[in-house]
Design a protein around this ligand. Structure first.
Ligand SMILES: NC(=O)c1ccc[n+]([C@@H]2O[C@H](COP(=O)([O-])OP(=O)(O)OC[C@H]3O[C@@H](n4cnc5c(N)ncnc54)[C@H](O)[C@@H]3O)[C@@H](O)[C@H]2O)c1
Length: 254
């Protein structure tokens, strides 16, 4: 994979899928600048400690990132056991804000990869809502829209992963046309990371039902390798898609 010497920003770098993504990118020669609210436990080419739930703090982090980058992997996220307002801010509004702030600093040919989830697979059921939110520009206006269109607490994780897929897919082509920057999503099924237990708690009976449909949860490196591919030259004609990386789980929902 050709990503040698590319400068890639990876959020959520201090644990799970983000940490494995940083490892895989560096293995292929990329320079990785990590962003996380926690310190990383590996060697990186740079690290910015930041809370990605707050637009002002995101702007502070952006100011500390290199002037030019080649990619952005948005991996940071919290499970549905988190406070719903915080979840909306981290998993959707803050991610969007970071992309918008960094877009003009990404070199032509660059790539943005957003980690969605198999739990966002039901986006067609709420497409019009997600499209409406996708057209609301800015973090604060997004929060205001969400105050007027409350999201059910028990399914807010699913809602914002669906919204992330719809925003990413609907935004991707215009950024490709104007900036030559691609944007895609990777949708993992269950992954062995520290928050897997939170997902099992959040899903209750559904987690048990799904357990029989897969061989096992993924290892984080199995997701990281697809994210790495989407950052590389070899994926240069892939844009505006959401790729399941779930050992076939989504295929069983047909
Ligand atoms: N583990 C799974 O089964 C699974 C399945 C599908 C999707 N995902 C998604 O994958 C992504 C990564 O999850 P993971 O399983 O590696 O979890 P993880 O908890 O191992 O890693 C998440 C990282 O994000 C960071 N983070 C969280 N909130 C932050 C904030 N406000 N500011 C800065 N950093 C913050 C954490 O510190 C942590 O390092 C998430 O978006 C999650 O929704 C996970």
């Amino acid at each position: 994979m050709n990503i040698n010497n590319k400068v890639i920003v990876v959020t959520g770098v201090s644990s799970g899928i983000g940490a494995e993504t940083a490892r895989a990118l560096r293995f292929h020669g990329a320079r990785v600048i990590g962003v996380d609210r926690n310190e990383p436990n590996m060697t990186l080419d740079g690290f910015v400690k930041a809370d990605l739930s707050n637009p002002d703090l995101i702007d502070d982090a952006v100011a500390q990132l290199p002037a030019r980058i080649d990619g952005l992997c948005n991996v940071a996220g919290v499970p549905g056991t988190a406070n719903p307002q915080l979840l909306a801010r981290i998993n959707y509004l803050g991610l969007r804000h970071l992309c918008e702030q960094l877009l003009d600093r990404i070199n032509p040919g660059g790539s943005i990869v957003n980690v969605s989830s198999i739990l966002g697979a039901e986006w067609p059921a709420r497409l019009e809502q997600h499209k409406a939110l996708a057209t609301v520009r800015g973090f604060d206006s997004g929060e205001e829209w969400l105050r007027d269109h409350p999201v059910p607490v028990e399914t807010c994780y699913q809602y914002f992963k669906e919204a992330l897929i719809v925003w990413s897919v609907s935004q991707a082509q215009s950024w490709f046309m104007t900036n030559s920057v691609r944007m895609n999503c990777v949708a993992p099924g269950p992954v062995f990371t520290p928050i897997l237990g939170d997902f099992v708690a959040m899903l209750g009976g559904r987690a048990e039902k799904d357990a029989h449909r897969i061989k096992r949860p993924a290892y984080a490196d199995e997701v990281a390798s697809v994210i790495t591919f989407l950052c590389s030259e070899q994926s240069r004609w892939i844009n505006g898609v959401n790729i399941p990386v779930d050992g076939g789980l989504a295929s069983t929902y047909l």
